[in-house]
Design a protein around this ligand. Structure first.
Ligand code: SAM
Length: 163
């Protein structure tokens, strides 16, 4: 069963330290077909349904150039997740793994990432396939897929360091 907010047998939750504000701003919201975590894919697939990255003002001009790339990396805030479980039992079988060895949405800072396929741009919206989040999930960032991206700025000394 997909996790809602329950603590399973063997899992360990902690008292979270007070939040330190990282100063995030949500740049938009993600429109998807899924309204229940029980139905949302565990990982997006590049032949999955078209989803819309709706960009808010004043960030809309930042879309410029995105269509140069076929694949994008999308970062989003899994806003309905628990954040306090450090040992998790994905199979709900009392066997646990550490949160940092999982891609579970349940994590101290519930950031999701997906590599998505660009379908097109419609006004303030970027259409993509490959997401796995609920409708209206807050959008944190969009970058070109690193496999397609070559830095545009001149290299720096560290780029040539190998040891
Ligand atoms: N692809 C991302 C990653 O690897 O970082 C996210 C993977 S996570 C396993 C995807 C699951 O997160 C979905 O199946 C759903 O159960 C859950 N989820 C999706 N949107 C969410 C949201 N807004 N808040 C909390 N959980 C969400």
């Amino acid at each position: 069963m997909v996790r809602k907010n329950e603590l399973r047998e063997g899992e360990v939750a902690i008292d979270l330290p007070p939040a330190q504000d990282a100063g995030l701003v949500f740049i938009g919201r993600i429109r998807t077909p899924w309204t229940s975590r029980m139905e949302t894919p565990r990982q997006g697939r590049q032949d999955g349904p078209i989803c819309r990255l709706e960009i808010f003002e004043p960030f809309v001009p930042a879309i410029k150039g995105v269509d140069f790339y076929s694949n994008l990396e999308v970062l989003y805030w899994l806003d309905q997740s628990r954040r306090d479980i450090i040992l998790q039992s994905p199979k709900n079988n009392e066997k646990t793994r550490g949160t940092f060895s999982l891609r579970s949405p349940v994590r101290p800072n519930p950031i999701g990432t997906s590599i998505v396929k660009l379908v097109g741009i419609e006004g303030n919206a970027i259409l993509v396939r490959g997401l796995d989040c609920l409708d209206n999930t807050p959008l944190i960032d969009i970058k070109p897929d690193r496999c397609e991206f070559t830095p545009l700025a001149a290299p720096q000394p560290g780029d040539f360091e190998t040891e």
